[in-house]
Design a protein around this ligand. Structure first.
Ligand SMILES: [Zn+2]
Ligand SMILES: [Zn+2]
Length: 250
């Protein structure tokens, strides 16, 4: 109870929507969720990108090496930011410090990125957590992002028809193929009528190798029509020649 009142007072005097989500400094306009300094240093997912997974590609190719060697079941995945530094900090804060207020500004950045695509989707589906992870964390960060994004897109969110039925081995050290194997049979459709012939936008916080999104899309497409993916950030498997490469949002 005390904590609730304390948080309410904090929010009243120091509203979180007037602070940069990356460094916590004051920002003049709550519509832009990061400060000017962060705008200069953040690594936006820019440049010539893979038309399937949004990873960096060389100027003369349309599809990255990963997508060339491993076919993806989703139509296209996009992310506004590269998963690094301050971006990683925000994702971990949302997940581990219960900073749920971050979901709204994060979703706004995802919405901005989505507006550059013409994804035709009917339904947003967050990538589910296993019952064990959900009971440990108490919430699914992908669902928080999907709920906010659904409001911005004015589209429904379905977080019950597609579930993760078992806990999978920690994937951090695994490559795409091992991750894919690790995830086999992990997801299932609970209510196929809600998925049938729908175009789905899968939502998650981070895409690492694309194996999770790919497995989800594979399962969903037994009934769904198309599957698109949006995440807040993505890991770049293809590295640019130098770090100055990343510049303001294109
Ligand atoms: Zn900042
Ligand atoms: Zn790719």
């Amino acid at each position: 109870m005390f904590k609730k009142i304390w948080n309410w007072l904090l929010e009243l005097f120091f509203p979180s929507n007037l602070k940069c989500i990356f460094c916590g400094r004051d920002i003049p306009d709550p519509k832009v969720c990061y400060c000017e300094d962060c705008a200069e240093t953040l690594k936006f997912n820019v440049g010539q990108r893979c038309k399937v997974c949004d990873d960096l590609v060389s100027a003369d190719s349309e599809v990255c090496e990963n997508c060339k060697s491993h076919h993806k079941s989703f139509e296209k995945a996009v992310a506004p930011l590269v998963y690094q530094d301050a971006v990683r900090g925000v994702v971990l804060k949302l997940k581990n410090s219960n900073a749920r207020y971050l979901a709204e500004p994060m979703a706004r950045m995802m919405f901005e990125r989505l507006q550059k695509e013409n994804f035709d989707f009917d339904l947003l589906v967050p990538i589910p957590l296993s019952p064990k992870s959900l009971s440990k964390r108490k919430f699914n960060q992908a669902k928080l992002l999907a709920d906010e994004l659904g409001r911005l897109c004015n589209k429904p969110v379905d977080s019950t028809s597609f579930v993760k039925r078992k806990e999978t081995r920690h994937q951090k050290e695994l490559g795409f193929l091992d991750r894919q194997k690790n995830l086999e049979g992990a997801f299932k459709i609970e209510d196929r009528a809600k998925i049938l012939n729908k175009n789905i936008l899968l939502v998650d916080d981070v895409m690492t190798t694309g194996a999770t999104a790919n497995e989800c899309a594979k399962v969903l497409k037994k009934y769904a029509n198309h599957v698109f993916v949006v995440t807040f950030a993505r890991n770049r498997l293809t590295k640019p020649a130098n770090d100055d490469f990343f510049r303001k949002n294109t």
